[in-house]
Design a protein around this ligand. Sequence first.
Ligand code: ZN
Length: 501
Amino acid sequence: MEEKLKQLKARLREVDNLQSAVAVLNWDQSTYMPPGGAPARGRQMATLSRLAQEKFTDPAIGQLLDELEPYAQELPYDSDQASLIRVTRRDYELALKVPPTFTAEFHEHTALSYNVWAEARPADDFARVQPYLQKNLDLSRQLADFYPGYEHIADPLINYSDYGMKVATIRPLFGELRDRLVPLVEAITAQQETDDGILHRAYPEDKQLEFGRRVIKRYGYDFERGRQDKTHHPFMTKFALDDVRITTRVQKNNLNEALFSTLHEAGHALYELGIDPALEATPLATGTSAGVHESQSRLWENQVGRSMPFWRHFYPQLQDMFPDQLHSVDLDDFYAAINKVQRSLIRTDADEVTYNLHVMLRFELELQLLEGELAVADLPEAWHERYQMDLGVRSHDDRNGVLQDVHWFAGSVGGAFQGYTLGNILAALFFAKALEAHPQIVDEMVNGNFDTLHRWLRQNIYCHGSKFTTSELVQRVTGGSLTIDPYLDYLRTKFGELYEL
Ligand code: ZN
């Protein structure tokens, strides 16, 4: 059995090598590649992805898994070996269901659709991208149909990113969250609007980057095992457990942009960097789901990075770095500015309180599209109506309406948005648990020390990689199931104080 396990790991390592090479090419494409490299890069990544897929779905892997199954049964559920066999089996069977010809067609179409969207958005031209979105929706339905027996057509798509989650569990959770968020938004926006003009003064770009790097070093991001580069849409990527990179973008007149995207992506990176090295180059060596991953980026960005204890430590340093812009601004005003709540049109700029309303309306709309209840042609207007209803604002164009997010145009319709809100809910759940175990975390933050928090996250979440599903992990960490209560408590306490509710 030891020998068979070795063989399985050797095969999985080859798959991982190919996937990591794709990640390097992708990182380069988004950071340094000249535009002329695009067509060749597309071909190179397609070839490597296909090889990785072929190697992973090789019947020899299925054979090894069959032979190892009895061995796995005798081992503890959470052991490295049993987890490897279980999770590889799950991914293997998911991958086998989809014919390679479909995968190729899907990737080819979404690449095309992405390019059309990238032109249609600035031109505010939904009609141009509409047929591509229609085909994307048709392909997403087909993709779901490769997994017959689902309860809801979106379930197989959700399963890809948040394994084990489904519409029947997410819908009631989101419904409850929405019902409890809307009154909070109403109470806050009835107050006088916060002035956040100080964040939009001129901040030299190199100093913004330097400050962000200083903070994430304190978080524990290791520049010997990672680096930060500039890009258009910030992301984190991993080539190996000792090479986890982040990207950011800087705007001279917006202090939020580089700083909070840096804290966010560093949170994703700390998760990957904290995975047990014994799991390297296997399907276990990655975060367990979109929701849990997002919980870590949001935790370091918001629960930590937008908190008062954090800024008690870092604000004097920020003032030293930008004396002309901030020396006359006191900490309370700065704190209020970075936590300003407002009804707005753009998801990625939204504050912590309204953010989920943006996400949940997208989730509902994509379900309606998949169910056939909403026609693609009617989507822009449905979008405006939902914004009016949920956020009380209406865009006068589609550029800041349905065209603002890339997801539906460059991937499947369904399966991507729920992770953002699940992440916010999970971030509060995990953070509350960490504070319960180690109340000194707050005092440490005031001293710019994040060691206890980071260690707790590593031991309870990061080290496991994807051994456990989201609900298994929640059960292990909290002793219960997923609940929105800690998240609402967090928002009510923080914003109740800020807005004197
Ligand atoms: Zn993220």
